[in-house]
Design a protein around this ligand. Structure first.
Ligand code: FAD
Length: 300
């Protein structure tokens, strides 16, 4: 059975950054990834707020970090982690292919945005459909955009977009309306936000492989260039169900060392409970997690 001082689950920006720090600190570690390196970055058309890299395609940034860890010879395994278990105080990470012993674990498996479940939706991600107004909003300067969602995120992002886009159509469900009253008041006060309650999107229309309009269930057609979907995220921790690990709203709770409620298991990036879900925060948390993994291992 393979044995490592640290097993990192997920090769998004957080997992790869943690690997970079651990390898440079001479800690024997491995990354396990079930998809492409870079994780959700691979669905990001342009990153414009990463310091030192003014404008870069998400896939290219992911590849740059991947090349960096390859140059350092970080062991990298393709595998889908199915379970993390602790037996006789020993930690095990179980994939569909093998079981690996771990002194410590860094969970960096991210989260997945909930989708509208429309036929061509996946194809249009990064081509009109977005899950991040701070990241992609500027591409829609003076254009019409839509926002879908009933919670604080949707209302906050609609407000944010109303300062960039010419017009914002906010589609929300009044039965599930979770946005705070003050946000609703601010949204209602905006001249360029048009509220569309209780109408689902029936069709996403595309032109030249880009989103060009939406058709609602009442057959109304709205021409727009972007659609921001904020109907929630699902943290990817399905493989931890057998572990008594503290979660809040489905996200892992960590302390200032990025350690979860289970000693020796750390977490960073989009999988943790926090306020800001960005590349810069994921990278910072990964550096902290790796540093405290190293400190813990040094105490052995
Ligand atoms: C559309 C979009 C645009 C964005 N644009 C920007 C931007 O411009 N600037 C910015 O700062 N932030 C942006 N963000 C946010 C930023 O991309 C994320 O905060 C960051 O990439 C999260 O990194 P992560 O490593 O935590 O998670 P992820 O990138 O999600 O990586 C997690 C990895 O874990 C893997 N994994 C999951 N489960 C398992 C398992 N069981 N076994 C093995 N592997 C597993 C996944 O396959 C994935 O590769 C954007 C987000 C979105 C959705």
């Amino acid at each position: 059975m393979k044995k490592f001082d640290c097993v990192i689950i997920g090769a998004g920006i957080a997992g790869m950054t943690a690997a970079l720090y651990l390898q440079r600190a001479n800690v024997s570690s491995v990354i396990i990834e079930k998809g492409a390196p870079g994780g959700i970055l691979n669905f990001t058309s342009t990153v414009e707020n990463y310091p030192g890299v003014p404008n870069i395609n998400g896939v290219n940034l992911a590849m740059k970090v991947y090349e960096q860890i390859k140059q350092l010879d970080v062991p990298y395994l393709y595998g889908d982690v199915k379970e993390v278990k602790i037996e006789d105080q020993q930690k095990y990470v179980v994939t569909e292919k093998e079981t690996i012993m771990a002194q410590t674990i860094i969970i960096a498996s991210g989260r997945t945005p909930k989708e509208l479940k429309l036929p061509n939706e996946e194809k249009l991600i990064g081509r009109g459909i977005s899950w991040c107004a701070i990241c992609d909003g500027y591409q829609y300067k003076n254009k019409k955009v839509g926002v879908v969602g009933s919670g604080n995120s949707a209302f906050e992002e609609a407000l944010y977009l109303s300062n960039i886009a010419s017009e914002v159509f906010l589609l929300y469900n009044t039965k599930k309306l979770k946005a705070e009253a003050n946000l609703i008041t601010k949204v209602q006060a905006k001249n360029n936000i048009k509220l569309i309650p209780d109408l689902q999107i029936k069709t996403l229309e595309e032109t030249d492989d880009k989103l060009s309009a939406i058709i609602l269930e009442n057959e109304e057609k709205i021409i727009l260039a972007g659609l921001f979907v904020f109907i929630g995220y699902q943290p990817l921790i399905y493989y931890l169900t057998n572990l008594p690990i503290k979660c809040e709203a489905g996200y892992l709770v960590v302390n200032e060392k990025m350690m979860t409620s289970v000693p020796g298991i750390y977490a960073c990036g989009d999988v943790i409970k926090k306020d800001v879900y960005q590349l810069t925060t994921a990278v910072g948390e990964a550096a902290i997690a790796a540093t405290f993994v190293k400190k813990q291992l040094d105490l052995r």
